[in-house]
Design a protein around this ligand. Structure first.
Ligand code: SAM
Ligand code: DTB
Ligand code: SF4
Length: 335
């Protein structure tokens, strides 16, 4: 795999990105798959499992989110989980084939005592041989360092959409707040997982602008989750219009071209996608998924379905051999 390349750029213009979106579909996919093959194994997919460690009653007003206290979605709120239950879920995820475990909390930002508890969870999950990821809202510099020292590999914090469209979706924190958290995560030495959501009524120019923001960060996020909006009843976006699956695939392809070394994750929304749409996403350069029957609070494809999809496409879970070895060592140690 190339170490560094003039293809890894941080100076994309909107016109260049728009021109990619305007390519005929086959030309765009050919270009994306060509980039993909130069930087990645085309048949390997990184597999992450999510767990909501604190659910609902979030003070933020993100219009897509079932966990916001502002919308009546019928979601049962749950306090921060205890460490043992998190470890149990992480072990089950690892034994099912996940290599990264992502803990999500419905907070604007973590409070002191809660952060210490999450840091303890992170260390325990890492000891299982899993990569660790967390998404807890905004972080300050000290919180970022605490998590990094606890063994947190990745921090997920999405820009969600373009700067111009952002105000139509969230009013309780700014775009700049998000960029500031991303910078602190970087400065603390963690890897960044940052992407957005498609299907919220944004224009193609908004999609281009969001991808430009990500690609022109000082370092590309190692992980770029591209979510399709899950239209949750009770949220203001419950009745958002259908997204053309081919437009979703186009955005994946553009993300792949702009950020050649990153893992582009085909994230939320797979329950609404056919196997064929997902296959096109992998062809366009997606090489990561969320695996397991639940995302945070909403559904995800059954594990059996995903295993069948991987078999149909000849895909391999990245790092699965290491995860299996860790599971075997764990059971040999009588854990
Ligand atoms: N509270 C933290 C925060 O927002 O930073 C972390 C959890 S939050 C649920 C993580 C991300 O999930 C959001 O930034 C958004 O991109 C995604 N998400 C939430 N609800 C979604 C939905 N209904 N459809 C698609 N993606 C969604
Ligand atoms: C991301 O970009 N998508 C994940 C993860 N990061 C935390 C979350 C999707 C959430 C979908 C709605 C839910 O399950 O609550
Ligand atoms: Fe809260 Fe995160 Fe949901 Fe926004 S996306 S309402 S910050 S849980």
């Amino acid at each position: 795999m190339p170490e560094a390349s003039q293809d890894v750029r941080h100076d994309w213009s909107l016109d260049e990105i728009q021109a990619l979106f305007d390519l005929p579909f086959n030309d765009l996919l050919f270009r994306a798959q060509s980039v993909h093959r130069r930087f990645h194994d085309p048949n390997a997919v990184q597999v992450s499992t999510l767990l909501s460690i604190k659910t609902g009653a979030c003070p933020e007003d993100c219009k897509y989110c079932p966990q916001s206290v502002h919308y009546a979605t019928g979601l049962q709120r749950e306090a921060l989980m205890d460490k043992d239950s998190v470890i149990e879920a992480a072990r089950a995820a690892r034994d099912a084939g996940a290599t990264r475990f992502c803990m999500g909390a419905a907070w604007r930002s973590p409070r002191g005592r809660d952060l210490v508890r999450v840091a303890e969870m992170v260390s325990a999950v890492k000891e299982l041989g899993l990569e660790t990821c967390a998404t807890l809202g905004m972080l300050d510099a000290e919180q970022s360092r605490t998590l990094q020292q606890a063994g947190l590999d990745y921090y997920n914090h999405n820009v969600d959409t373009s700067e111009a469209f952002y105000g139509a979706i969230i009013t309780t924190r700014t775009y700049q707040d998000r960029l500031d958290t991303l910078q602190r995560v970087r400065e603390a030495g963690m890897k960044v997982c940052c992407g957005g959501i498609l299907g919220m009524g944004e224009s193609q120019a908004d999609r281009a602008s969001m991808l430009r923001t990500l690609a022109n960060l000082p370092a590309h996020p190692e992980s770029v989750p591209i979510n399709q909006l899950i239209r949750v009843p009770g949220t203001p976006l419950a009745d958002a219009e259908d997204l053309d699956p081919l437009d979703f695939v186009r955005s994946i392809a553009v993300a792949r071209i702009l950020m050649p070394r990153s893992h582009v994750r085909l994230s939320a929304g797979r329950t609404e996608m056919s196997d064929e749409t997902q296959a096109l996403c992998f062809l366009a350069g997606a090489n990561s998924i969320f695996y397991g029957e639940k995302l945070l609070t909403t559904g995800n494809p059954d594990v059996a379905n995903d295993q069948r999809l991987f078999r149909r496409l000849g895909l391999e879970a990245e790092g699965a051999t290491c995860a299996r070895a860790a599971a075997a060592a764990d059971s040999a140690a009588g854990a």
